[in-house]
Design a protein around this ligand. Structure first.
Ligand code: ADE
Length: 225
């Protein structure tokens, strides 16, 4: 899978993809991430990518032309399955969307800043608008990193134990069950006996019950769906 990220702060995104699972995915050649500096597509002397908004009011708007230049350049080189814009007024990211995106070949992610991008870019190019939650961050870079992390770990071949992503919170509509490792007793708290029993059926049932219990207590809305 190839992901092209358009940003005015590529340096913000250097680290998140250089560690752990995403690093391995890139090393294995399963994921290619290209950071594109939007300023390289601004034609004027100062390489401006934003300006005041028509109608007045505080806050700059990201200009059409550099973004369109950049997108036209990418689109002339290959087909893209999605052109995603990270924005707090997009659809809230859900595991189901992440699952779908993990099966795509080529994706562009556009990171917004300030008041966002000129509406015409959204009308002309963007195929999907994604928010990572009901709060406003200072730019789309961290949201893009969140999205890419969520997608990257699902790309077939990335996780060593292929089944482990299947049991993540949300994959089956439930939160995860509690997990334990050594020691058996820690500050007086003991690992539940069933997990030490070696009885796979009982362990499976216990985990399902605990997942259900936790979901009922913390996210009853998931059970209604
Ligand atoms: N840009 C700023 N805040 C955001 C959010 N919550 N989700 C996606 N992009 C954003």
């Amino acid at each position: 899978m190839r992901i092209d990220v358009i940003t005015v702060h590529p340096e913000l995104l250097a680290s998140p993809f250089s560690h752990s699972i995403l690093k391995r995915a890139r090393q294995k050649g399963l994921l290619e991430i290209n950071l594109i500096n939007l300023r390289d597509f601004a034609k004027n002397k100062h390489r401006t990518t934003d300006d005041y908004q028509y109608g007045g009011g505080a806050g700059m708007v990201m200009l059409c032309e550099p973004i369109a230049n950049c997108l036209d350049h990418l689109l002339s080189e290959r087909n893209y399955d999605e052109i995603i814009y990270m924005t707090p007024d997009g659809e809230t990211l859900q595991q189901q969307t992440v699952n779908q995106l993990s099966l795509k070949q080529n994706i562009i992610i556009l990171c917004g800043h300030y008041k966002g991008v000129d509406e015409r870019i959204r009308q002309l190019y963007i195929t999907k608008e994604i928010s990572i939650g009901d709060y406003v961050l200072s730019g789309g870079e961290l949201p893009a990193a969140v999205l890419i992390d969520a997608i990257g770990r699902l790309i077939p071949g990335v996780l060593n134990d292929e089944t482990s992503a299947l049991f993540d919170s949300f994959q089956d509509g439930l939160l995860s069950y509690p997990v334990y490792s050594r020691p058996e007793v820690f500050r007086g708290l003991k690992v539940p006996d069933v997990l030490l029993s070696g009885n796979e059926k009982l362990i499976r049932e216990w985990r399902y019950e605990k997942a259900l219990e936790r979901t009922r207590a913390r996210r009853p809305d998931l059970l209604k769906e």
